[in-house]
Design a protein around this ligand. Structure first.
Ligand SMILES: [Zn+2]
Length: 200
């Protein structure tokens, strides 16, 4: 794997600027993959334990590095989108489907708290808490955010660039301003796109 070529590939996929990224490999038996959120022009640093280093994990962390944001939904959404895209499967979320869209179509239920994923007031960090990774709703949350972010990028190619530029915002307000659509209409379009007809 080549860090530089992954950075170029991901920056172009997300339509954001390339940045210098520092990669620190550590020897830990634990699964460690973490990126400091460093605002431009400071250099972001990725720390990965050697035992979990692969292109998918690296792509996930490079996304955080190239697209610094405090909005967890977009940070984790786009990072998981790139992770699945690079791996060409969703094994890292313990799903056997090949794409995040397929995971959503198969497992999303009407009562899934989609709006809470976007809600920083509710503390959506709880929805993305890594210690709850064994729970279905937690893993599905990552898949939902990833699939939805993929839909956003396909329809609004400059969205990642705008996220980097704005820094602080409330995710649902940002989405409605940027797209001129209500979140519920975006959600409907997303479900129509991935043919998730049975659940919405
Ligand atoms: Zn992440």
């Amino acid at each position: 794997m080549n860090l530089q070529s992954l950075i170029i590939e991901i920056a172009s996929y997300l339509n954001v600027d390339e940045r210098e990224v520092r990669l620190k490999l550590i020897n830990s038996k634990e699964y460690v993959a973490h990126t400091t959120i460093n605002w431009i022009p400071d250099t972001p640093e990725i720390t990965i334990s050697a035992n979990c280093l692969n292109n998918g994990v690296l792509a996930h962390e490079i996304t955080h590095a190239l697209m610094p944001t405090k909005a967890i939904f977009f940070g984790e959404g786009f990072a998981n989108m790139m992770h699945a895209y690079t791996d060409k499967n969703c094994n890292f979320l313990f799903f056997s489907e090949k794409t995040l869209d397929e995971v959503v179509v198969k497992y999303y239920q009407r009562d899934f708290p989609f709006e809470l994923l976007l809600d920083e007031n509710y503390d959506n960090a709880k929805m993305f808490a890594i210690e709850k990774f064994y729970l279905m709703d937690n893993r599905l949350g990552y898949a939902v955010a990833g699939s939805f972010c993929n839909f956003l990028l396909l329809n609004y190619p400059l969205i990642c660039r705008e996220i980097v530029k704005r820094r602080n915002f409330i995710p649902s307000n940002f989405l409605e301003q940027f797209t001129n659509l209500k979140v519920k209409d975006l959600k409907q379009q997303w479900s129509d796109t991935i043919k998730c007809i049975k659940v919405f």
